[in-house]
Design a protein around this ligand. Structure first.
Ligand code: ADE
Length: 225
């Protein structure tokens, strides 16, 4: 059982990603407890403000330290976090290896980044891991948090109906996954490779491995280095 707390100023953005399919089932089975918290609930400001102008005078609002500090302190007083994660384009690039690592955690706290950023003292003093999901900029860290949670939760034992399917994912062994097909065996004149229809299990396994190698060499040679 893993517990993931997420801190955000836009909790609505995280409703749908966790309400369907494998993530929904994992929650129902008690494999994961996912709790989304609104940072606004932790402000003592009478107008419930959570952001303010940057001291630098730059355009764009900055998430204030006080409500975030109170939120993290409150959660930390109740749970022992393996990582306090901040989603940001300047974090370490997320990958399957990191998803595997996080899936073995007991408690994770994810603070979603915000427009122009958050008061840097939060990052210096409260965050243990900064994660980017790629070299592009999102409007906030919520979608990145959803990506991280999705990739972690599907790895939890019991989350997928066929557990072995996680093992044949792309990246799990640094190779891209082989192609898959289903019925009909011929559509529009386009045929499923003969070997999948007539080969035995060992021959098919060998074919799948060769396909993986070939696709990786062509599409992601960097993975083989
Ligand atoms: N927030 C904005 N852009 C992001 C990215 N690429 N990864 C993680 N968090 C982000």
């Amino acid at each position: 059982m893993i517990r993931i707390d997420i801190l955000t100023v836009v909790p609505e953005l995280l409703e749908s990603p966790f309400a369907h399919s494998i993530i929904k089932r994992a929650k129902a089975k008690g494999l994961v407890e996912l709790v989304v918290h609104n940072i606004r609930d932790y402000t003592t400001d009478k107008h419930h403000r959570v952001d303010d102008y940057a001291f630098s005078g730059d355009a764009g609002m900055v998430l204030m330290i006080e409500p975030v500090f109170r939120a993290i302190a409150d959660l930390k007083s109740r749970h022992n976090y393996d990582e306090v994660i901040y989603t940001s384009p300047d974090g370490a690039q997320f990958n399957q290896k990191e998803a595997n690592r996080l899936s073995t955690a007991g408690n994770l706290l994810i603070l979603c980044g915000h427009y122009k950023g958050i008061d840097h003292r939060i990052r210096e003093h409260l965050i243990t891991k900064e994660i980017s999901i790629g070299d592009y900029v999102l409007t906030g860290g919520e979608l990145a948090a959803a990506v991280i949670c999705d990739s972690v939760i599907r790895l939890l034992p019991g989350a997928m109906t066929d557990e072995s399917s996680a093992l044949s994912d792309s990246f799990q062994d640094n190779l891209l996954a082989p192609p898959v097909y289903t019925r009909p065996a011929e559509f529009n004149g386009w045929k499923v490779p003969d070997i999948l229809l007539n080969g035995n299990a060992a021959v098919i396994d060998q074919w799948r491995f060769e396909q993986s190698m070939d696709r990786t060499q062509r599409l992601r040679p960097d993975l083989l280095e």
